[in-house]
Design a protein around this ligand. Structure first.
Ligand code: NAI
Ligand code: MG
Length: 497
């Protein structure tokens, strides 16, 4: 044997390029067996409970309270008491101190929160660690900064707090949606009763610990867990001055009907079916990354997900080829593995919905592509999916799937792209990929969407307002705009508003 042969023999030639497991340890999280409701700064025993599970293996995690109308009433009264006994009269600079504290504690405890978020919700630890937690903390920092500057945010309008805010949030970004709701409400001097989604209550319950650490006065934030019945009790409560809801369009519409004529303020952040439009002059490899981030981020459980890809006909084939090749490299599996790109589907219910719509796509005649991947046996999983040959009328091109499923459509001219992109009852977000700045502006003016991303997708910043058109809801969260729903103004009274 020559020297060279022998060396080659000893060299560790990889035969397989898959990643070794890199599980994040979960011992940083200590779960209680049973959680109460957080009312007036105390844990209150619920009369009824249910079990919250880990979607990655269906293991039970803890017993959670199903708050009744009486519990909701106690929470609203605690919030009212806190509002009247000091919180609303505190100088903004004092309120800001609490928000800064909360932000810093979230940063200090970020790993604990990220692990718990992935455990209870199924999203990859990479995302909860690098997106959800930093953004949640950033939101508190951002609104802490506004707390003592409201007079400058709205000059000559004498802003004052609304009162008690009832806030209902979904399961796709549990802690981040909590931050989007609580931070502006407190910055403006309101108190809060928040209801987390039934499948993902744990980070909101851990957050109560942060509130105590920050020494936030009792009753300023109350957390009541439970399903839609608890949400409905909060919506219907007479002592609530404002409702902020993020979730399905169906429930959003029902809430709007219930509140009609009550004088309660309302903001709704609902579903979406965003168009991601790729022109033939765009950098295709970057566009592919944006498409993947747009629809496979958080398993596609994203209201602003880029679920409809519009490819200009001239680049349709190379784009779809590149996309399919990229899909093969996505790692699907344990959310707590640091290499995982696509985690577990949040619940059995959501998995059923995805499966139903994907079946409808096949039945209606679209072509399905799924990269080869082995899905774990237990838990809720769905492989990243691309549909081509999709007509605009198909359910997969019209309905929100809220899963890792992309529908690819085509267009020839910019006008056609706009027309097709706007052919939806929704209007939350959109994306444009082109190297021409003038075309970006032209498209952004014409696409009916609250957020239009250019040569990027799913970028969030607390200073940037977010919200929808049409059936995606109304009102804005984030930025200076996000303060407005939590304030009343003297000038609005002059006009009888
Ligand atoms: P959902 O709208 O029922 O749940 C969102 C929140 O509303 C939860 O906290 C829930 O407990 C609460 N809720 C339910 N019924 C209520 C009622 N009558 N009054 C007050 N609150 C109520 O959404 P769900 O059933 O979890 O998901 C169904 C579909 O909705 C998903 O497949 C997805 O398409 C869409 N969705 C959209 C979201 C978004 O961010 N745009 C978030 C969650 C779901
Ligand atoms: Mg529902």
């Amino acid at each position: 044997m020559t020297e060279l042969d022998r060396k080659q023999d000893r060299a560790p030639v990889p035969t397989d390029w898959t990643y070794a497991p890199a599980p994040e340890a979960t011992d940083i999280v200590s779960l209680r067996e049973r959680y109460g409701l957080f009312i007036g700064g105390e844990w209150v025993e619920p009369t009824e409970t249910y079990t919250t599970i880990a979607p990655r293996d269906e293991q039970p995690l803890a017993e959670i309270g199903q708050a009744t109308a009486a519990d909701v009433d106690a929470a609203v009264q605690a919030a009212r008491g806190a509002f009247e006994n000091g919180w609303s009269a505190l100088p903004g600079s004092e309120r800001a101190k609490y928000l800064f504290r909360i932000a810093r504690i979230l940063q200090e405890r970020a790993r604990e929160f990220a692990v718990l978020e992935s455990l209870n919700g199924g999203k990859p630890i990479k995302e909860s660690r690098d997106v959800d937690l930093p953004l949640a903390a950033a939101h508190f920092f951002y609104y802490a900064g506004w707390a003592d500057k409201l007079e400058y945010a709205f000059p000559n309008r004498r802003p004052r707090p609304v009162g008690v805010a009832g806030q209902i949030i979904p399961w796709n970004f549990p802690l981040l949606m909590l931050a989007w709701k609580i931070a502006p409400a407190l910055a403006c001097g309101n108190t809060v009763v928040l209801k987390p989604a039934e499948t993902t209550p744990l980070t909101a319950l851990l957050f109560c610990d942060v509130l105590r650490q920050a020494e936030l006065p009792a009753g300023v934030v109350n957390i009541v867990t439970g399903d839609g019945r608890t949400g409905a009790a909060l919506v219907d409560h007479d002592g609530v001055d404002k409702i902020a809801f993020t979730g399905s369009t169906e429930v959003g519409k029902a809430i709007q009907r219930r509140l009609a004529g009550t004088g309660k303020k309302l903001t709704l952040e609902l579903g979406g079916k965003a168009a991601n439009v790729v022109f033939d002059d765009s950098a295709l490899d970057q566009a592919v990354e944006g498409i993947v981030n747009g629809i496979y981020f958080n398993q596609g459980h994203v209201c602003c997900a880029g679920s409809r890809l519009f490819a200009q006909e001239s680049i349709y084939e190379p784009l779809v080829d590149k996309l399919k090749r990229r899909l093969e490299t996505l790692r699907v599996g344990d959310p707590l593995d640091k290499n995982t790109d696509v985690g577990a589907i949040n619940s059995r219910m959501q998995l059923d919905k995805i499966e139903e719509l994907v079946q409808a796509g096949k039945d209606e005649g679209a072509d399905i592509y799924q990269p080869p991947c082995t899905l774990p046996e237990r838990g809720y999983w769905f492989a990243p999916t691309v549909f081509t040959n999709v007509a605009q009328s198909y359910r997969i091109a019209q309905e929100e799937i809220f899963g890792p499923v992309l529908s690819v459509l085509t267009f020839r001219t910019p006008d056609e792209a706009v027309e097709k992109a706007n052919n939806t009852p929704y209007g939350l977000s959109a994306g444009v990929w082109t190297e021409k700045g003038s075309r970006i502006l032209w498209m952004a003016q014409r696409m009916r969407a609250g957020v239009v991303w250019a040569n990027t997708f799913n970028r969030f910043d607390p200073s940037s307002p977010f919200g929808g058109y049409k059936e995606s809801g109304f009102g804005r969260e984030g930025g200076r705009h996000g303060l407005e729903p939590y304030l009343d103004f003297d000038d609005s009274e002059a006009w009888g508003g």
